[in-house]
Design a protein around this ligand. Structure first.
Ligand SMILES: Nc1ncnc2c1ncn2[C@@H]1O[C@H](COP(=O)(O)OP(=O)(O)OP(=O)(O)O)[C@@H](O)[C@H]1O
Length: 204
């Protein structure tokens, strides 16, 4: 379980307090009006914000003060997830390790994952040569191959049209089950997650 206990975070003049529990393996949608602190919640779990008080834990182990790279999470944003001057392959391989140098087994796993995500033919290209949906699927591949148990998604498909959004949500759900991930997704279209969401956090 991912747990936030009286976690307090300052953003400018705002002080946010979070109390949430997300079950292991959940697909949790995070909803609420604009400016209420949804992105701040994900950034706090990812380690990008200073926590003033409280505790964040995974499976009973606190990671409140751990650096982002040591936390059991990977995060994907609405856009600009990829380095534009590096190939799609290298971008995804960076999810394995900073050198992006992979052994044969890792290369095969990357190929297999990209085959499933429908981007295996795009690996030699630069991200700007891909469509928006392909770019987000490449970012998803990088996040998944990172092998962290918690996947934080901040409106990841909101720039895509409705049909593509639905396809990407279904793919994310398949990945959740296959890789035993706990997914937290901020969305302004909660109904689109009706089929997949096992839990909802409403921030008001
Ligand atoms: N780095 C920052 N410095 C100062 N204020 C910030 C910072 N980041 C966010 N805020 C403020 O904190 C509040 C919450 O922002 P946040 O992005 O978490 O909201 P949100 O619920 O994700 O909104 P939206 O649905 O519009 O994306 C907003 O009022 C925002 O202006």
């Amino acid at each position: 379980m991912l747990e936030l206990l009286s976690v307090q975070v300052k953003q400018g003049d705002n002080l946010f307090t979070y109390n949430s529990q997300v079950n292991k393996g959940a697909f949790c949608r995070i909803v609420g009006p604009s400016g209420v602190g949804k992105t701040t919640l994900l950034e706090t779990i990812a380690g990008f914000n200073h926590i003033v008080a409280g505790e964040v834990s995974w499976q009973g182990q606190s990671f409140t003060y751990q650096k982002p790279e040591s936390r059991p999470v990977s995060m994907m944003f609405q856009q600009d997830n990829l380095f534009t001057h590096l190939s799609v392959y290298t971008n995804i391989a960076l999810g394995v390790r900073p050198s992006a140098r992979l052994n044969e087994a890792e290369k095969q796993q990357l190929q297999q994952l990209c085959l499933q995500l429908g981007i295996v033919d795009q690996l030699d290209k630069l991200p700007p040569q891909l469509s928006g949906g392909q770019q987000q699927r490449a970012a998803l591949a990088r996040a998944i191959i990172h092998k962290k148990p918690i996947l934080l998604l901040d409106e990841p498909f909101s720039a895509l049209d409705k049909k593509l959004r639905e396809d990407c949500i279904a793919l994310t759900d398949t990945m959740r089950k296959q890789y035993n991930l706990t997914v937290l997704m901020v969305t302004h279209h909660p109904k689109e997650l009706d089929q997949v969401a096992t839990q909802t956090i409403e921030i008001s």
